[in-house]
Design a protein around this ligand. Structure first.
Ligand code: GLC
Ligand code: CA
Length: 554
């Protein structure tokens, strides 16, 4: 495998609106990020991905961009951004932006011009199609609910939006569109950006002719991914994106890729792959329902372990996946990937150990390092997220009571991860001196950075140790390039694996069960890290209590 500058680094996702507000308007901003760079550096972070900060009407929290070349005033100015780049560089840190190029905002000038003249030049930037018998051109359901086609008033045309109707899909078949997008990507990279996280990218290739499919719901529609899964030839677009932009700058790229076709992993993340890496969503997929959040299966350790293990083995020798336990589209990992009895700081440290030392690039999400959890909202109005509002409706239409639908949102809402970062015990968790744009989780008096910095046994202190271990000069090689080898697979409630190369053999063992248990060790070893005092390494074995985690050099 070719060595790359980003191998062995630690990445961290910032959801800027909720990270840190520097001017008291209740919205996190770029100056707030600058103020917290030292905090991130001390945590062990090298690469920072910032969710969209471009000019946007915020129908989907910035994932609807109306000008790719402007910073939204809510976040600050281009001068602030340039300063952020400079300050990051001073600290040997790298900044990634979010690249949202499957769609733009309906307020983008391209789309305004297109609507004014769908037959003209900019009409060709989008997908305008004639309706069929007074109905939409095909029966696709958008990701956020309802038809993926929106009628254009005064015409017999519809435009395609796989997400909200304010997020029209860009037509990648049009060379002009690709050129404009590539120019924009290069413009940012020329500024000194280290790379991008690439949003919803699998959606850029559509199936010719937009065929109808068998409906999969009472609404007569079918999820739009049905059409995306059938589309052939995305590779050409992605290869062009890479050679025209990332490759020229030796930039880092991480894809948000769902629904990849089998056998394509190497094309995506191999040495000559479209992206440096892509997120491993296999663990997340074990928690998704067939029709919506309401019919999602509960957490199942065995399924989770199987998904993680399979991804690790699949990617070995091919490339690297980016490992996460949460992001801005998912509920908190501490509330999702732990049995009820383990939803405490020992359990959270155990989950961290299991996840951070996997083969691949660790991506932390803001607040994960202090053990932030899902936030209970009083009623549906307290939620901001477009997806949550839709899923609440979906649950009610499936026959759930309002209380049950709220419970579904509590378990799955994207806003669980979007509540403000908890910095201190002060009002509003020290996030803002004003009125926060989204509710602060009331547990901030206990779970916050300031308190955890004072406490050597906190989740935050443990994360620092864990990241430092992963990057320690003696171990960075084995944790970066070493193989992943499952261990103790016969043990029902253990997740354990080796990271191994010619020189080193590190064993990671985590006990998700309820029993204190002793496990024989094949070789003698040295305990590098443990999450509880009563994790013991004895001559003939390792003793792990419930929620115990150990890292042993064999
Ligand atoms: C991605 C983003 C998500 C957004 C969607 C549409 O999945 O992560 O937040 O809603 O794309 O851009
Ligand atoms: Ca602000």
């Amino acid at each position: 495998m070719k060595k790359q500058w980003w191998h062995g680094k630690i990445a961290y996702q910032i959801y800027p609106k909720s990270f840190y507000d520097s001017n008291g308007d209740g919205i996190g901003d770029i100056r707030g990020i600058i103020e917290k760079l030292d905090y991130l550096k001390e945590l062990g972070v090298d690469i920072v991905w910032i969710s969209p900060i471009y000019q946007s009407p915020f129908v989907d929290q910035g994932y609807d961009i109306s000008d790719y070349y402007k910073i939204d005033p809510a976040f600050g100015t281009m001068e602030d951004f340039d300063e952020l780049l400079k300050e990051a560089k001073k600290r040997d840190m790298y900044i990634l932006m979010d690249l949202v190029i499957n769609h733009c905002s309906d307020q983008h000038e391209w789309f305004k011009k297109a609507l004014a003249d769908p037959e003209g030049e900019y009409g060709g930037y989008f997908y305008f199609e004639k309706g069929k018998d007074g109905k939409a051109p095909s029966n696709y359901r958008s990701y956020f609910g309802g038809s993926a086609w929106e009628p254009v008033s005064g015409t017999d045309l519809y435009y395609l939006h796989l997400f909200a109707k304010e997020q029209p899909d860009l037509n990648w078949e049009n060379k002009k569109v690709r050129e404009d997008l590539f120019n924009m990507v290069n413009w940012w990279l020329d500024k000194g950006l280290a790379g991008f996280r690439i949003d919803a990218i699998i959606n850029i290739k559509k199936t010719d002719g937009f065929p109808d499919y068998e409906p999969d719901g009472d609404d007569g529609l079918v999820r739009c991914t049905r059409m995306i899964e059938e589309a052939e030839g995305i590779g050409q677009f992605l290869q062009e994106l890479r050679t025209e932009t990332f490759q020229k700058h030796d930039a880092f790229s991480v894809g948000e890729v769902f629904n990849m076709k089998e056998g394509e992993l190497e094309h995506f993340v191999g040495d000559e792959g479209y992206f440096s890496t892509m997120f491993d969503f296999a663990p997340l997929e074990t928690t998704l329902g067939g029709h919506g959040w309401y019919d999602a299966p509960g957490y199942d350790f065995i399924r989770w372990r199987k998904a993680v293990t399979e991804s690790q083995l699949l990617c070995q020798g091919v490339g690297f996946l980016a490992n996460i336990i949460e992001n801005h589209d998912e509920p908190r990992g501490a509330s999702t990937y732990l049995p009820d009895y383990a939803q405490n700081s020992d359990g959270i440290k155990m989950l961290a150990t299991a996840s951070i030392l996997l083969r691949g690039l660790p991506f932390l999400y803001q607040g994960q390092e202090i053990g932030m959890k899902n936030c209970r909202m009083g009623n549906i109005e307290e939620y901001d997220d477009i997806d949550t509002k839709n899923q609440y409706q979906v649950a009610m239409e499936a026959g759930l009571s309002p209380e049950e639908a709220m419970e579904v949102c509590f378990r799955h809402s994207r806003d669980n991860a979007r509540t403000p970062m908890q910095w201190s015990c002060e009002e509003n968790a020290g996030f803002t001196s004003g009125m926060p744009w989204l509710k602060v989780n009331p547990n901030y008096t206990k779970i916050n950075v300031e308190e955890e910095e004072k406490d050597a046994s906190s989740v935050l202190a443990y994360y620092k140790e864990l990241l430092a271990l992963r990057k320690a000069p003696d171990y960075v090689e084995v944790f970066t390039y070493g193989d992943f080898v499952p261990a103790y697979d016969g043990e029902e409630m253990l997740f354990a694996y080796h990271r191994k190369n010619e020189n080193k053999d590190i064993l990671i063992v985590t006990n998700f069960g309820t029993e204190r248990t002793k496990f024989p060790l094949e070789k003698s070893g040295k305990l590098l890290l443990k999450n509880r005092e009563d994790v013991l390494l004895e001559e003939d074995g390792l003793i792990l209590p419930k929620c115990g985690a150990a890292v042993v050099e064999c």
